[in-house]
Structures are given as C-alpha cells and as structure tokens.
Design a binder for this molecule. Structure first.
Ligand code: NAD
Length: 471
C-alpha cells in the first residue's frame, strides 16, 4: 500500500494542514492500494499565496524562457512515461492501450504549447492601438479522474505558456497518478511556486479555489453540475472560467456509409476509455431502413471486444473507476430496460469471471427514443443508445436535441455531404469518419457542455487579458 501524505507547495513536498484521509481502492479487486492525506482549505490558501508570489516574476519571463521551462517539463515527463502509464492502469483501471494514448496526448499538449509559443505574438494591433496580452493571474486548475494527468499537463502547460502560475486540485481518486506526475514536475526544476498541487475534496479545496479572491481564473474539467456551481460561486470575484463539462455526443451514420468500417468505429467511439469519456459517441443515429443490418453488425463488433484486466494489452474495456461509478452505470442499464428500450447486447451485472471488480458488460440498446434517460443523460460507462431516423433533416434534429454540445461524429462516403451536416451540428468538435485529435484545434463545448475552449491559440488566449495601450 502506498501512502501519499504530502502536498506540493512553493516547490517543496510538505505535510498538509489537513488530516482527513481517503482510501484509494483498486478498481479490479477492491483491494486497498493507498491512503491519501487530504489537503484542506488552509493548504489551498498557502498554495494560492505561493502562486501569487511566483506570479510576480513568472509573468515577467520572456517567451523564450517559458519555452525552455516547458521543454524541461516535457523531458521530465517523457523520462517516466511508462511509469505514469502503469500507475494510471493500476489506480484508474484505464486499459493499457488507452492509458498509453492518453499519456502521449499529455506529452503532445506540452509540445504543441511550445510550438504555439514560438509563433504567438503577445502584442497585437487593433485600429491604431497596441493590444498587449497579459497573463490573467493565478489559475485554479480542477480536474476529474478519467484522464487525470492528461488534463493537468494540458492545463498547466497552457497556463505557464501564458505567463500564469497555478494551483492544481486533481481528483482525490487520482492521488497515486498525481504523485507520480508531481515528482516529474518537481524534477523539471521550474521556479518555486509557479505550480502547486493540493489534492483534496471538491467541496473543500475546489470550493476554496472558486471563492478565493487570489485566484483570477478557474480552468475546470468535470461534470456539468459542478461546472455550474463554479460559474455561480466564481462570479462573486468575477473569475474568468473555462469549463469543460459533460457530453451526450451523437454519431450519425449516413445512408452512404460503409458499414463494415462505420460500425467498428462507432463501437470504439462509444466505448473509448471504457465509456468513461466526455467525448464518447454515446448516441448512435442510423437510417431506419438499415437498422436490422446495423444490429447484426453491432452484435458482431461487440463480440470482438475484450472486457478484462486493464494491464492486459488485449483489453479494450477495463473496470469502472469506482464501485459508485459501477452502480451508476448499472442504474442506467436498468433505466433503459424499464423505459422500454430493446437490449441488444450486454445488460445488468458483471461479465462472467470478472465479478470481483467494477467491470460492466458492454451494453447496447436499440429502439431508443431521444426522450429516454439513456438518450439524454451522460452515463459515463460502456452503454450505447441506438436511435433511428428517416431523413437527413431528422438526423440533424435528433443530434441537436440535447442539452449538451461537446462532440459529434459523422460517418459517410460523400465528403461534401458530411461537411454540410458538420456545419449544422451544435458541437465544439465534429469528427468525420473516426475519432481524431488535433492539439492545435480548439476543444470545448456548445450549450451545457461548457464555456470557452482549450488547445491551440483559442486555448492560450483564454489565459490572457487584452490590454489596449492608446498612445
Ligand atoms: P466531478 O465534476 O464530480 O469532479 C471534477 C473535479 O471537480 C474533481 O476534482 C472534484 O473533486 C471537483 N469538485 C467536486 N465538487 C466541487 C466543488 N463544489 N467545487 C469545486 N470543485 C469540485 O467530475 P468527475 O466525476 O471527476 O468526472 C466525470 C465528469 O467529468 C463527467 O461529467 C465528464 O463528462 C466530465 N469530463 C469532461 C471533460 C471535457 O473535457 N469536457 C473531460 C473529461 C471529463
């Protein structure tokens, strides 16, 4: 069992003021993996004070200096990449294949911020006026458990690139992953106080970051419910917010799609990261006349998927992060059955032989109506809802009939048609014919999937305040 009993404040690992502890439980067998001593509001205040002090000099560094530090950060993380992946597999239960991709994305976010800085101009012109882009101040970074270190790397590297300093509050359920990453960041030798890490509970540490006047901006990834409370409470001190929230992403299969490619892509899009993905394509929209063929192909595609131990390289779907998350997903599977959707594959309970962990059967419902809970609410597990449409117009209406708007997927052979439909979907990213990631392209949500964008120039500008200097 590993003990995590330090927070990282002002460049040193120190014992927290908080004394409460949190058990870290293995998602594969419920064994106790570790114990975390939780940071509290006092620790958060100390971290904010350190970040504020560091901001004075960090905000004055040159672009070139910041690039050098980001390069050190990249090198330190790269050196321990495999260890970071292994801890993610062990603590979170992310399949090895997904965890490896996730860690690569984390590294890519740093290199893309380096590339961006090289070409970014912190001084622009508007009319006859000089516009200077100033770092917004100390940023509170609050992250979820489903790709913890990826979110920390993306947000921290962007904040540092902008000239901001940070206080990071990761999920308490990711304490071992955070510890491994903090060791890398410490080794990178960044100036004291530019980043501080206080792992504690949301309503204590997260709430302190949200309320504290020393924090200028919150960059949050997590649920829509918590995102709303941050927007509300942060308004008191007029905090800037970037909120990356939930999703219920549509995946439209057009009538000219090649189903031999589209169905495996759709299953992968729905079940990526064991379904615990904000961008999961969890509503599959198919032409009504093709439903029977789609059903046959979906059954076959799911039969080819392996649910199992996350460290096994052949595993596609690992356990849910916690017992609570397992129960939540089970609740939605029951709701789908009770609402009258047709269970095509999967269903309640554990897959055979995997009863000891938080494993869920990959589940597909067909004949789903868009007003059912399984079509409207984010499940965050390997559960796919299949809906049918008669016309292209109806497909677009169903796709947009959601409170969310994070991602959408379209599959079809006619490039002009897919592009035309993409233009009409209410989503921050639309992926045509498969999952794609571009660390230079904006990422974020329409509607209740969030406010603001991350990545690339849009992401960097969210950490900057334009100042017009009228001469
Ligand atoms: P969550 O909202 O419960 O928690 C996210 C973080 O917020 C955690 O660190 C948590 O401790 C903290 N928090 C909780 N209460 C808080 C409060 N009152 N004030 C401040 N912080 C508080 O989410 P989760 O269960 O950890 O993660 C799953 C959710 O995250 C899903 O809804 C998913 O869609 C979303 N998510 C979104 C994206 C995206 O980029 N849009 C990516 C991944 C996950």
């Amino acid at each position: 069992m590993q003990v995590v009993d330090k927070v990282y404040i002002d460049g040193v690992f120190v014992r927290p003021h908080g004394t409460a502890t949190f058990d870290l439980i293995s998602p594969v067998n419920q064994e106790l993996l570790g114990k975390l001593t939780l940071a509290d509001a006092t620790d958060t205040q100390s971290a904010i004070a350190a970040a504020r002090e560091a901001f004075k000099s960090w905000s004055q560094t040159t672009k070139e200096e910041r690039i050098q530090y980001l390069e050190k950060m990249y090198a330190a993380i790269l050196k321990r990449k495999q260890h970071l992946i292994d801890v993610m597999v062990k603590e979170y239960g992310g399949p090895l294949s997904f965890s490896s991709v996730s860690m690569q994305f984390a590294l890519d976010s740093i290199t893309s911020n380096i590339a961006l800085l090289k070409q970014f101009d912190f001084e622009k012109k508007a009319g006859n006026t000089i516009v200077q882009l100033d770092p917004v101040g100390v940023v509170g970074i609050i992250t979820p458990w489903n790709a913890s270190n990826g979110f920390i790397c993306t947000k921290l590297s962007t904040a540092l690139a902008a000239g901001c300093t940070a206080v990071i509050k990761p999920s308490e359920m990711s304490a071992l992953q955070t510890q491994a990453l903090t060791e890398c960041l410490h080794e990178a030798g960044l100036p004291r106080g530019v980043f501080n890490i206080v792992t504690g509970l949301g309503p204590e540490v997260g709430a302190e970051l949200t309320r504290n006047p020393g924090i200028a901006k919150i960059s949050f990834t997590g649920s829509t419910a918590v995102g709303k409370s941050i927007a509300r409470d942060g308004a008191e001190t007029m905090k800037r917010v970037t909120l990356e929230l939930g999703g219920k992403s549509p995946n439209i299969i057009l009538n000219d799609a090649d189903l031999s490619k589209a169905i495996p892509i759709s299953v992968a899009a729905a079940f990526m990261n064991s379904g615990q993905a904000c961008i999961a394509g969890s509503r599959l929209l198919v032409p009504e006349y093709q439903l029977e063929e789609v059903k046959t192909r979906l059954k076959k595609a799911v039969a080819d998927i392996k649910v199992g131990y996350p460290a096994d390289p052949g595993t596609d779907i690992g356990p849910m992060v916690s017992k609570k998350q397992y129960e939540r997903v089970q609740g939605y599977i029951k709701a789908g059955i009770e609402e009258g959707a047709e269970l095509l594959v999967g269903g309640p309970g554990h897959p055979e032989g995997l009863e000891s962990g938080n494993f869920v059967k990959p589940t597909i419902f067909v004949n789903v109506k868009n007003d059912m809970r399984i079509a409207r609410e984010e499940i965050f597990g390997p559960v796919l809802s299949v809906l049918t449409y008669k016309t292209e117009e109806e497909a677009i209406d169903i796709a947009n009939d959601t409170t969310y708007g994070l991602t959408a997927y379209i599959q079809g052979e006619d490039a002009e048609k897919t592009r035309r439909i993409a233009a009409r979907l209410e989503a921050g990213r639309v992926a045509i014919n498969g999952f794609k990631h571009d660390p230079m392209a904006p990422f974020g949500g329409f509607k209740q999937s969030g406010i603001g964008r991350e990545y690339g120039e849009y992401g960097l500008e969210a950490y900057l305040e334009p100042k017009a200097i009228l001469v």
